[in-house]
Write a protein that binds this ligand. Structure first.
Ligand code: OXD
Ligand code: MN
Length: 590
């Protein structure tokens, strides 16, 4: 418990609003969490899985109307619409509070209010921040206990400070017509009603660590980014850290946990995972940019995770994990999802709990957005720095997207401001599976479009300002594209662990150890500088194809970017980015 007056006053206010039968303070002990697990199993909220094969693992099924983040119902309730900017839904804060309080009023009747004190980042780290989530869901408590650092130690660090984020979650009736995920950046407040799906209700993650934190970062001079953090150790034992931002479904978790190709492993290269989704970055005393992962676990997409794509992620999910909306194998009470292996269970329940025969059914067993919530400490390649509060110094920032053509395998920006431009033009092409309309460009600057808690034009300006502060200590900025296809639509670059070959070139550039070709869009590798040793069925000519920069295609791209800038950001677009666009146009015309 805490004596913090601001916390106690707010909890009293929320208690009067939602009217719970009782209040339980989460203290973070295993005993308390175990009691909650037992209670959730009794009510059917969770299912205990085979404890020999999957010790400490549970399964949960959400309502069928509640399986993903709901961007259309996510709001930034800043004082003016302009502050929320063109990429966010906006609601007037007073109207939003009234609407949300009307929905939440009395909604905990017959239920328990759980008070979760949590730290984003190692408890007590100067880069960490504190939040308190109130919820009526044990599933949320147990997920938060994996994804964040939860418990009494958080109160000790908070003391009587008022610098903490309020989060109210009410399951209500899981009514999608009344589902709202609202952020009040000026009040450090998040209110989420009528959902039980992770991304909408684990308020430490996207809501706090990105939307609220990005706003705090702008005001306090640091950065909250949708980025993985990765350490690459060379055979001499030196580790360089990079961060990378890709839109959802471009393999962030896979890159964060990649296994080096055999030839690299033999030489002694190692990869260390610091984070797979979110980075908080601040300038350190030596002037460099330092990053922590504010989370304590991984909330990963299950389908597609397998021994080949990501053995480390798979190993991470083998204990202490909560699975959501995957299939349940009734023969041995384990879990299954599409492409886990080639042996789907015959006697199973699908993600909705209906009987399902994986050998004969043409329906999916797991929901495509089914998830694992797994403790970071389970990850075989978790960085020894993960739990240290100081953060890791960042040498390079990597942007990327899914582009069938145009964008080369990798290029380096000319300088920081040009790098911010490269991040601002990030886009992915839709795939057939997603929409039917193949190749439609979706802009997702810095992969932050759904997660920036204020006007995105001002966010670009904040990036420019950070560059000024960091000066020549700023990380170098790169862009990668693993997804170029040949004339038959097949990916040319092998991807996965072989992406280390590209990251190695990036690190060499940071060290000034290799030259590059200057092109219209920035620095592109000389083909011979990317190590292809041990790569089967891939020639230097293939590499040259995917390093190619076609000026005509880029001229079209530049027009498209100009249109996007003008129609979306108008006056909020920093001059530095317009200058980079003008340079790109001029370079393509040469
Ligand atoms: C996520 C996302 O769930 O980016 O991490 O959508
Ligand atoms: Mn994400």
């Amino acid at each position: 418990m805490t004596k913090n007056a601001s916390v106690l006053a707010w909890i009293d206010e929320m208690k009067a609003l939602v009217n719970p039968d009782q209040v339980v303070w989460i203290n973070g002990t295993e005993e308390q969490l175990d009691e909650l697990r037992a209670e959730a199993c009794k009510t059917g909220e969770m299912i205990k899985l085979n404890q020999e094969k999957l010790p400490g693992c549970y399964l949960h099924r959400t309502a069928v109307n509640d399986v993903a983040r709901v961007e259309g119902r996510t709001f930034i309730c800043s004082h003016t619409k302009e502050e929320a900017g063109p990429t966010n839904n906006w609601m007037d804060p007073q109207e939003a509070y009234k609407m949300l309080y009307d929905i939440a009023r009395g909604s905990y009747k017959g239920r328990t209010m759980y008070v979760i004190p949590y730290s984003m980042g190692p408890i007590g780290s100067p880069l960490a921040k504190i939040g308190v989530e109130l919820t009526d869901s044990i599933y949320v408590v147990l997920n938060m206990a994996i994804m964040t650092r939860v418990g009494d130690a958080v109160w000790d660090v908070l003391g009587d400070s008022t610098d903490w984020v309020k989060g109210l979650h009410c399951k209500c009736d899981i009514d999608e017509e009344k589902r709202y995920i609202c952020h009040f950046p000026e009040d450090n407040t998040i209110i989420s009603v009528n959902s039980g799906y992770g991304g909408n209700v684990l308020l430490g993650k996207k809501c706090f660590a990105l939307r609220i934190a990005s706003f705090q970062g702008k005001n306090e001079g640091w950065m909250a980014e949708h980025m993985l953090i990765l350490g690459i150790e060379n055979p001499q034992g030196e580790i360089k850290y990079v961060t990378a931002a890709f839109p959802s479904a471009c393999g962030k978790t896979n890159l964060a946990m990649m296994i080096p190709p055999e030839g690299y492993r033999v030489k002694g290269y190692k990869v260390w995972t610091v984070g797979d989704d979110i980075a908080w970055m601040r300038q350190g005393e030596d002037g460099r940019l330092y990053a922590i992962n504010p989370e304590n676990g991984f909330f990963g997409v299950a389908p597609g995770t397998n021994e080949k794509s990501n053995p480390n992620a798979l190993a991470t999910t083998r204990q202490g994990t909560i699975f959501t909306n995957v299939a349940q194998n009734l023969d041995d009470n384990t879990v299954w999802w599409e492409s886990l292996d080639k042996n789907p269970p015959e006697h199973a329940l699908d993600w909705t709990g209906e009987p399902w025969n994986g050998k004969t059914s043409d329906k999916k067993g797991a929901h495509p957005n089914s998830r694992f919530t797994a403790p970071a400490k389970n990850c075989p390649c978790i960085s020894p720095e993960f739990d240290k509060g100081a953060g890791v110094p960042i040498s390079a920032i990597i942007f990327g997207g899914r582009r069938a053509s145009t964008t080369p395998l990798v290029y380096q920006s000319r300088d920081w401001n040009h790098g911010v431009f490269v991040g601002s033009i990030m886009a992915s092409e839709t795939t057939a599976a997603a929409t039917g309309a193949v190749g439609v460009l979706r802009h997702d600057p810095m992969a932050m479009k759904p997660f920036c808690g204020y006007n995105m034009g001002d966010y670009f300006q904040h990036w420019i300002d950070m560059g000024k502060k960091l000066g020549d200590k700023a990380p170098k900025i790169f862009n990668v594209n693993w997804f170029r296809v040949d004339e038959n639509g097949h990916f040319i670059w092998p991807g996965f662990g072989d992406n280390l070959r590209v990251v190695e070139w990036i690190i060499k550039r940071v060290e000034g150890a290799v030259d590059a070709e200057e092109t219209a869009i920035g620095y592109v590798p000389k083909a011979e500088d990317i190590n292809l040793e041990g790569l089967k069925d891939f020639s230097i000519d293939d590499l040259k194809t995917i390093l190619e920069v076609d000026k005509d295609k880029w001229a079209k791209e530049a027009d498209e970017i100009e249109n996007y800038y003008n129609t979306t950001f108008g006056d909020h677009m920093p001059k530095e980015l317009r200058d980079s666009l003008a340079t790109l146009k001029a370079n393509c015309a040469k």
